[in-house]
Design a protein around this ligand. Structure first.
Ligand code: GDP
Ligand code: MG
Length: 217
């Protein structure tokens, strides 16, 4: 028997933040073009250009809760990773974009604190990004400490211990800036080149959006 999905549709807003070139736009492109039959997204990610404004990507997924299908729409909003206003007429910084779209971004269901496993600097700079995004955290916001470039095995600059400590740090910061925070968090390492761990990313995002909308409809 067909199960109706009426009233079971949720849209969640997901923001990847982090330094430029860590792979935020690539994540969105790979998600949107993901196939279990593909294991190389090189052409796709090499065609990504620098983020100059807020970018959008929209990915429909389905999860089953208590044997019922739920349609979860992942609405990605990708801001630039440029920290300071560079005075460049053709490009906007993170702050400029967030100021322009602050009334449009009503809530954030999931934050992807994104860094490259091959750049310790991009990992350490997540302290900056946590402060930059804190006004958008609500009691239901979930987050992932998301490492990219997992394929660059030879160039890994961030250890498992550092990832676990970083996650604890971010969790404490989120709790401090949002009293009564009821979200969840995890860490995940992916490759935009091979698509490794994207199935886990999809599962976490749809589950996190579902829980976030239960806590705060
Ligand atoms: N090898 C490898 N390259 C990646 C990965 N993610 C992104 N890149 C490359 O890094 C460049 C910058 O990525 P981009 O998505 O533009 O980063 P953003 O500035 O954070 O949006 C892209 O041109 C990709 O070719 C990854 O997981 N592995
Ligand atoms: Mg980008």
């Amino acid at each position: 028997m067909m199960t109706t999905m009426k009233n079971n549709e949720l849209t969640g807003y997901v923001i990847p933040i982090g330094n430029g070139a860590v792979g935020k736009t690539s994540i969105a492109r790979v998600m949107s073009n993901f196939s279990t039959k593909l294991n190389n997204y090189e052409t796709l990610i090499n065609s990504v250009s620098k983020t100059k404004n807020l970018e959008f990507e929209f990915i429909p997924t389905t999860i089953r809760i208590a044997d019922q299908p739920h349609k979860v729409l992942i609405q990605l909003l990708i801001p630039p990773g440029q920290k300071e206003d560079a005075g460049d007429q053709n490009s906007r910084s993170f702050n400029q974009v967030m100021n322009i779209f602050q009334f449009y971004i009503k809530r954030v269901d999931v934050i992807l604190f994104t860094y490259s496993l091959s750049s310790r600097e991009s990992f350490n700079d997540l302290m900056f990004w946590q402060t930059a995004i804190k006004d958008y955290v609500n009691e239901a916001t979930h987050f992932i400490l998301l490492g990219t470039h997992k394929d660059l095995i030879e160039n890994v600059e961030v250890s498992e211990d550092q990832i676990l400590n970083g996650l604890k740090y971010l969790e404490n910061e989120v709790k401090n800036c949002c009293s009564g925070w009821k979200g969840k968090c995890t860490h995940l390492e992916v490759s935009n080149l091979t698509g490794e761990n994207f199935i886990k990313l999809f599962a976490y995002l749809s589950g996190a959006i579902y829980r976030s909308r239960k806590i705060m409809p």
